[in-house]
Ligand binder design. Structure first.
Ligand code: FES
Length: 154
């Protein structure tokens, strides 16, 4: 491949909408790759744009970075996702979105019962403890429905 076919960091940030820091982060995490010029500047193959679009879609669905990496690792030779790859992987994520929608509905229903109450009881509030699970999940954001407490952001 001629060097002219490669994209600079600026090209990729402009065309993908990702910040340079995000691209460096994804490269450190092994989700994308870049070569270096003699001067140490990053150069990307054009296929990185499709890979980044895939990463953004997966993150919007709520996949963690590890899950995105696992999905990309299912592609032979670590190739960029094709239309068929996307169809297969996104189908598997549909159930996940359904679970998230159910969890959000549960939160909304809990909020309805909170309006005009104000107790915010960790034991009895339908919003702060939607499934009456206080004390059963350990520390942290234990009162949210599980699909909304999984680690989505890095
Ligand atoms: S604020 Fe009282 S039930 Fe939520």
């Amino acid at each position: 491949m001629r060097p002219d076919d490669l994209l600079t960091l600026g090209d990729v940030t402009r065309r993908s909408g990702f910040a340079a820091s995000a691209l460096r982060f994804y490269e450190r995490g092994g989700l994308i790759s870049a070569t270096r010029t003699a001067g140490g500047q990053r150069r990307y193959e054009r296929s990185v744009l499709r890979r980044l679009a895939f990463i953004r879609a997966a993150r919007n669905i709520g996949l963690s970075l590890d899950e995105v990496r696992d999905a990309l690792d299912t592609l032979p030779g670590g190739r960029t996702p094709t239309k068929a790859d996307w169809a297969r992987l996104s189908k598997a994520w549909s159930a996940r979105l359904d679970a998230q929608i159910r969890a959000l509905r549960a939160l909304r229903d809990g909020l309805d019962s909170c309006i005009g109450c104000g107790c915010l009881s960790l034991r009895h509030c339908a919003m702060s403890n939607p499934s009456d699970v206080a004390g059963t999940r350990g520390v942290g954001a234990v009162y949210l429905p599980r699909p909304l407490t999984e680690e989505h952001r890095h």
